[in-house]
Design a protein around this ligand. Structure first.
Ligand SMILES: [Fe+2]
Length: 243
């Protein structure tokens, strides 16, 4: 175990049967063993929430699957890992969120941090206005999930507006590690556009827990001070969520 690679991950999909990739408790335990090997100190489980179900139904599903995982963890060699898990959600943007009574139940742990997934399409001014309302009128601290994935839809102009807002930007480790993407990732990081680096892990092969590799890549690429800044932000968010 390399102590220099101790990390917190605030965007991860490892609760069983909640998302694509992690189908059952065996998958979840394998992902957790990978996190343990990489010196994970704490993780926020962020299953997807889409407005096709109610917040209450989603929370019940998340609770049930988390309970299943805890039972499996108790019988495994990773029983202590349960103490590292905080529940959160990756919330898909929808206009109705602005009025959603249960929105605070989707935040990370005891915090008002909300991980928001923007539309995978060309945005509109209304989308940006709604994000602003979530911050100003609902009092949420928004973390935009994997901003790098939205440039391709012709959103450059909207992304510039988003970056002026009082919110945090998250990048996936995959963007640093994916062939051909590093140049863009490096540029975003150097321009201080990224506040938090997360794995957004979804399984053992597809989007695996790979923070160790990403940290190594940043060190080798002269991005150590940015890496430390982003890791400190993750710790701060995790600790606020812990309450
Ligand atoms: Fe995600």
């Amino acid at each position: 175990m390399d102590d220099r690679n101790k990390y917190y991950d605030i965007h991860a999909h490892f609760l069983p049967s909640m998302d694509l990739g992690c189908k059952n408790t065996d998958d979840a335990l394998q992902m957790i063993s990978m996190m343990e090997k990489q010196s994970c100190q704490g993780v926020i489980a962020t299953p997807h929430f889409y407005p096709t179900e109610t917040v209450d139904d989603y929370l019940k599903r998340r609770h049930d699957n988390y309970t299943t995982l805890r039972e499996a963890l108790q019988e495994s060699q990773y029983s202590d890992f349960d103490k590292k898990i905080i529940l959160g959600t990756e919330v898909a943007y929808h206009h109705s969120l602005v009025f959603e009574n249960g929105i605070f139940n989707l935040c990370m742990g005891d915090s008002n941090y909300l991980l928001l997934e923007m539309p995978f399409s060309k945005w509109t001014p209304e989308v940006l206005e709604d994000v602003e309302k979530l911050i100003k009128y609902r009092g949420l601290r928004i973390i935009i999930a994997h901003l790098e994935r939205f440039y391709e839809y012709g959103n450059k102009k909207y992304i510039e507006r988003l970056l002026d807002m009082d919110l945090a930007i998250q990048m996936n480790t995959a963007h640093l590690l994916k062939f051909g993407a590093f140049r863009h990732a490096n540029k975003m990081i150097k321009e201080q556009r990224v506040d938090v680096l997360c794995t957004d892990c979804h399984g053992t092969f597809f989007y695996p827990p790979n923070m160790e590799q990403a940290l190594d890549k940043m060190r080798k690429s002269g991005l150590e001070s940015d890496m430390n800044r982003m890791m400190q932000n993750s710790v701060a968010i995790y600790k606020t969520a812990r309450g």
